[in-house]
Design a protein around this ligand. Structure first.
Ligand code: SF4
Length: 391
């Protein structure tokens, strides 16, 4: 049985390929982390220090806390941390974190909202399928009335709305652990300290919701454990992915960034192939347009002179009027009529894309599958390069 966590499952949902690299192949990423994650880590550690000091009756001033944060930053910051937003520097992020800590400190002092039970918990709980689930709560507290508080610091630049809070998986699962561990827990409040907004998002769950959530998580784990393919999934989050240099969808782009001169860039075999392929595609589109224009002109010419063959130097072109059937846009009514008249079977054709999808998803029986072969093929599609502002 394995140990799962919210981040492990989220990584699979975000990109199965990244999941494979990180959790199955256990490959160390090219870059240590992103600046957003680094800042989040520094802020978390600083707020942990705040509450740990208080536990030992050590008062810590805001200045003292900020100094701790800045020292921590200097000690751990390295130049290979990824900064995606090119108009920002590490100093911008350090200052953002500083502000988050100051705002939180001022809003929460004298920090008596709850009795702190634990910080950065390292617990585990056993899921009904036997797998383990990592319980990593930033701040766990309670009051005297049986209310428990599962708190998470968030440094996201987007405020979590109520709907998101009510659907969040991470803290909700932790509340199962809290209810199991603390038998006096009457309510478990899930609190996200949204530090960039100096506000909290709050939610809770009913027993039924928790049961359903646990079933969904188990189902997701089953999906991961039976997965045979781990395809890449290109999304906006790829900009922040530490594995770009090993990812088949970005490896070439990363290699091109290493190239220093335009000449070298233009001489790259891949660049040449894509540029030429793109030219051919453009020409084909133009040719298709011209083909239509010539057809139209030849029809007009033939009509004007009452002829049905037009002669060129080496070829001749026959222009014959034919009957073309235009199908209705909404075909349902027509299909229904064909069925009623008993001619549907001889008219209908296989819906190729639906058939293909069912075959590939293993949703047709073995006899039908036996009638076709599944072979490897390639689909090429051209699109603009986001990193070059061409989309
Ligand atoms: S860059 Fe994107 S597609 Fe590639 S591994 Fe990372 S998340 Fe997946």
């Amino acid at each position: 049985m394995a140990t799962y966590s919210h981040s492990r499952i989220s990584t699979y949902e975000q990109c199965p390929y990244k999941f494979k690299l990180r959790y199955i192949d256990k490959i160390k990423a090219d870059i240590p982390t992103t600046i957003e994650a680094f800042m989040g880590d520094m802020v978390h550690r600083t707020l942990e220090k705040l509450y740990r000091d208080r536990k030992f009756m050590k008062e810590i001033t805001l200045d003292g806390l900020i100094k701790f944060y800045k020292d921590l930053w200097s000690k751990h910051y390295s130049r290979d941390i990824l900064i995606v937003k090119k108009d920002l520097t590490s100093v911008n992020y350090r200052k953002m974190g500083e502000k988050y800590i100051s705002d939180y400190y001022e809003r929460m002092k004298p920090f008596e909202q709850m009795t702190i039970l634990d910080l950065e918990t390292k617990g585990r709980m056993t899921l009904p399928d036997g797998n383990q689930w990592h319980v990593r709560i930033d701040k766990l507290g309670c009051d005297n009335e049986g209310n428990y508080f599962v708190c998470d610091y968030k440094t996201n630049s987007r405020m979590k709305d109520q709907e998101e809070a009510d659907e969040d998986r991470q803290l909700a699962l932790y509340s199962i652990w809290v209810k199991d561990k603390f038998k006096d827990a009457k309510n478990v409040k899930l609190i996200w300290h949204m530090l960039a907004f100096n506000k909290d998002a709050i939610s809770d769950r009913t027993e039924e919701q928790l049961k359903k959530l646990q079933e969904e998580v188990i189902e997701k784990i089953r999906e991961i454990e039976t997965a045979k393919d781990f395809p890449t999934n290109i999304t906006e989050l790829c900009d922040y992915c530490e594995y770009q240099g090993m990812c088949p969808s970005f490896k070439h782009q990363v290699e091109l960034k290493e190239i220093k001169t335009i000449k070298e860039f233009k001489e790259d075999e891949g660049v040449k192939l894509v540029d030429e392929f793109s030219d051919v595609k453009t020409q084909l589109t133009e040719l298709k347009k011209k083909d239509e224009e010539y057809k139209e002109s030849l029809v007009q010419y033939a009509k004007q002179f009452g002829i049905d063959v037009v002669y060129g130097s080496n070829k001749k072109c026959s222009v014959k009027e034919i009957d073309k059937v235009v199908m209705p846009e909404d075909k349902d009514e027509l299909i229904q009529l064909l069925k009623e008249k008993g001619v549907w079977d001889e008219m209908s054709m296989i819906n190729h894309s639906r058939f293909k999808s069912k075959i590939l998803k293993d949703k047709l029986d073995e006899d039908i599958k036996g009638e076709v072969d599944v072979v490897k093929d390639y689909r090429l599609s051209l699109s603009g390069r986001k990193d070059r502002g061409d989309e």
